[in-house]
Design a protein around this ligand. Structure first.
Ligand SMILES: Cc1cc2nc3c(=O)[nH]c(=O)nc-3n(C[C@H](O)[C@H](O)[C@H](O)COP(=O)(O)O)c2cc1C
Length: 236
């Protein structure tokens, strides 16, 4: 098929109303594309969630860069419906640990997690203890903005919030891994306590809690297998 378009984008009329700029793109030789893709895959395939962190400090600049990377994510109507709250304050981390453990105690010990769920997570060997929330040098909480609150107090809709924030979370995790840091995607549910501790407004809902740092020396991770390509990709 030729690449002639009958309906050019942007139309002159559209461009007279909204700014557009020429998109710069460098087309790479196929061999280089394969090399870059393989290297990125191999690197990402090394990523693991870790649950025991060293308390070694991590410069704020690195956290900022991961958040900037996350915020390059596409989002519904470009609403960028995310807020990242980053803390290395030990009192706040302790408060988060205590609240998370309280919720997780109910999940694990008071049957708030049904049998199927408990069976699914059994190989991870997790329990309600969340010491890492105090030990990891950084906790970053990603909030989704369910809607926007305008300066006059009125509400504006956000679109595809979960999809958008999920993509941002993926880029955040990839960025941390690429720079040599480790994290856990943690959801000590329900997570409403994070609004109270971090004083977030009602339009924000906690999406994920990321303890971030270096893995503790000598730790082990569960020996999980990732699905084979033919289980996850069907090409027609
Ligand atoms: C949305 C989401 C929520 C998760 N919540 C938890 C959690 O609360 N506690 C935990 O230990 N791991 C949690 N995980 C981590 C998963 O257990 C982990 O990603 C999975 O076992 C695969 O391991 P890997 O990340 O090392 O590849 C969560 C992961 C995702 C994507």
């Amino acid at each position: 098929m030729s690449d002639h378009y009958e309906y050019p984008y942007p139309s002159t009329e559209l461009e007279s109303r909204y700014p557009f700029y020429p998109y710069e793109h460098q087309r790479l030789p196929e061999e280089i594309m394969k090399q870059r893709a393989s290297l990125f895959f191999e690197e990402m395939n090394q990523r693991r969630s870790i649950r025991m962190f060293s308390s070694d400090t991590v410069p704020t600049r690195l956290i900022e860069l991961a958040v900037r990377t996350a915020s390059t994510a596409p989002s519904g109507a470009h609403k960028q419906p995310w807020t990242f709250i980053a803390t290395q304050n030990s009192e706040i981390k302790r408060a988060i640990r205590e609240a998370a453990e309280e919720e997780e105690r109910k999940n694990y010990l008071e049957n708030r997690m049904n049998a199927d769920w408990q069976e699914a997570i059994a190989p991870l060997g997790t329990d309600y203890h969340k010491e890492f929330l105090e030990i990891a040098p950084w906790l970053v909480v990603l909030f989704e903005q369910r809607y926007e609150i305008a300066s006059d107090g009125s509400h504006r809709k956000n679109y595809y919030v979960k999809e958008s924030v999920g993509i941002a979370a993926g880029l955040f995790i990839a960025s941390l891994h690429r720079m040599g840091l480790a994290t856990l995607t943690h959801t000590p549910s329900p997570m409403k306590f994070l609004n109270q501790i971090l004083e977030r407004p009602v339009n924000e809902r906690p999406f994920c809690l990321f303890p971030i740092g270096y893995p503790l020396d000598g730790i082990k991770v569960p020996d999980l297998q990732r699905k084979e390509l033919d289980e996850i990709l069907h090409v027609f």
